[in-house]
Ligand binder design. Structure first.
Ligand SMILES: *[C@@H]1O[C@H](CO)[C@@H](O)[C@H](O)[C@H]1NC(C)=O
Ligand SMILES: *[C@@H]1O[C@H](CO)[C@@H](O)[C@H](O)[C@H]1NC(C)=O
Ligand SMILES: *[C@@H]1O[C@H](CO)[C@@H](O)[C@H](O)[C@H]1NC(C)=O
Ligand SMILES: *[C@@H]1O[C@H](CO)[C@@H](O)[C@H](O)[C@H]1NC(C)=O
Length: 432
């Protein structure tokens, strides 16, 4: 019975597609809209819906959970350095869904929520849009067996730089492994979408991600490399795990679009010394990178796969995209399922759930006109509600999250107040 269930579930998952293929963007001139807005924050520019993907940003951040099996794995390991390297792989895997995803997710409305229950992966997640200006999304995932909690709040700052759009995902991710009484925190890397006006769209992620184990102060430093002059570094991630005396314990390397490996630092150094071709690279000066620059507009053709150093252990490998992905916003199989509304679900979910947003639903059905007019209607409704509140000098109150202090970093953070799954929606606003 169990095997049969697994097979049925797997077939269901493997066959998931969206109800319609995407509309070509070829006939829309972004340039005519954007030329007036260079250097502006993108959230203030009204972009035509055709440049969106049919998911809310709340659903997009749920994609961090695609590789939850890595958290389960980390929970099961007894050695703390082993755990740290799997957590590092999880942090990298969480941004891998960005690969070739140039569609802009819908901005969540204030008070919008998204729930995701995955019994097969043993977790449930709830997220809420807790602020509109600046836009802040808070999420909280917990395992059904009290093994872990993963939460954070994200303030995506988007900037338009003429040829590219830069996204800075401000906000802290916190992963707590409850059995080990460990907490790890980090911030996601910067992201840049190149050639939004002309040429091939491509995505670069860059910057340093530091994963800190707050029990000891040990950390993992990961460097998402900018593409560089000849594209040799495209998609590369390299770093190491160090203990509190700053001694290197493990080297981590790979590509966020492909796979991540871990190797002993001595083996790594010996390999680099013997390999003259790459030996010079590691001594190159670290360059500050910005999306603003002109130099890296073309996506480099060199697409070498990761060279595996003998003695390395594989930590994570990306799941291939489904065959119809290119016609469906380059979604992963996981992303294809996020907006599904199964029979009976509507009665259970909060009335603020993204799945009930008419503009996203219309876009998913490739009905761009309805999507545009509904998006406008919802945004106007949101503005009207804000005007009402300011007339009555009323403050917006969030429903499931509250601004507090992250106990591990001491910084400001939005924390889940609990209770969503009791399914009492009396105080939920009417936002659609
Ligand atoms: C784009 O415009 C051309 C010329 O007006 C037209 O023939 C074509 O069907 C349009 N394509 C799409 C996808 O709308
Ligand atoms: C993290 O903190 C725990 C608890 O103090 C400690 O046992 C462990 O060595 C640390 N792990 C890493 C990888 O730094
Ligand atoms: C999907 O990926 C292809 C190949 O890189 C790219 O040309 C296309 O623009 C991408 N589509 C979207 C919607 O991001
Ligand atoms: C639901 O929540 C409201 C307040 O938010 C409370 O007044 C009410 O008693 C709750 N209903 C149930 C059945 O718990």
């Amino acid at each position: 019975v169990c095997l049969l269930q697994v097979i049925l579930w797997f077939r269901g998952f493997a066959m998931k597609t969206l109800p319609a293929e995407m509309i070509s963007r070829n006939n829309f001139s972004v340039w005519s809209i954007l030329k007036k807005c260079i250097g502006m924050e993108l959230s203030k520019i009204a972009m035509p819906v055709v440049f969106n993907e049919p998911l809310s940003f709340l659903q997009r951040i749920s994609e961090y959970m695609e590789h939850t099996h890595l958290i389960h794995k980390a929970c099961s390991l007894s050695d703390s350095i082993d755990r740290m390297q799997v957590v590092a792989a999880f942090a990298v895997s969480a941004v891998a869904s960005q690969w070739e995803r140039t569609g802009k997710p819908f901005n969540p409305l204030l008070g919008e929520t998204y729930e995701l229950i995955r019994e097969d992966e043993g977790y449930r997640l709830i997220s809420e849009q807790v602020s509109h200006h600046p836009p802040i999304s808070a999420f909280h995932a917990q395992s059904l067996k009290q093994e872990f909690e993963f939460h954070g709040s994200i303030y995506p700052k988007l900037k338009f730089w003429g040829k590219s759009v830069e996204a800075e995902p401000k906000g802290t991710m916190t992963l707590e492994l409850l059995k080990h009484k460990e907490a790890y925190t980090w911030t996601n890397p910067m992201c840049c979408v190149h050639n939004i006006i002309l040429g091939k769209l491509w995505i670069e992620q860059y910057g340093t991600v530091e994963i800190v184990n707050h029990s000891t102060g040990d950390k993992c430093v990961l460097n998402f490399k900018p593409c560089g002059m000849f594209g040799k570094e495209l998609h590369k991630v390299e770093g190491h795990i160090q203990d509190k005396s700053k001694k290197k314990r493990r080297v981590i390397y790979g590509k966020w679009t492909e796979c991540m490996y871990s190797v002993d630092p001595k083996v790594y150094d010996a390999y680099k010394k013997s390999d003259k071709k790459t030996g010079g690279d590691s001594k190159k000066l670290k360059q500050e990178h910005s999306c603003e620059g002109e130099e890296a507009d073309e996506m480099p053709d060199v697409q070498e796969t990761v060279t595996v150093i003998p003695g390395s252990a594989l930590l994570w490998r990306i799941t291939p995209r489904p065959p119809h992905s290119a016609q469906m916003y380059n979604f992963t199989s996981f992303a294809m399922t996020l907006n599904e509304l199964e029979p009976g679900m509507e009665r259970l979910m909060a009335p603020t759930d993204c799945r009930l947003r008419p503009d996203i639903r219309a876009m998913e059905n490739a009905d761009i006109e309805t999507a545009s007019s509904e998006k406008e209607r919802l945004e106007e409704k949101q503005r009207a509600a804000r005007r009402e509140r300011s007339k009555d000098e009323e403050e917006w109150s969030t429903r499931w999250f509250q601004l507090g202090t992250n106990p591990h970093t001491g910084g400001e953070d939005w924390l889940y107040t609990g209770g969503y799954f009791d399914r009492n929606y009396t105080d939920c606003p009417n936002i659609y």
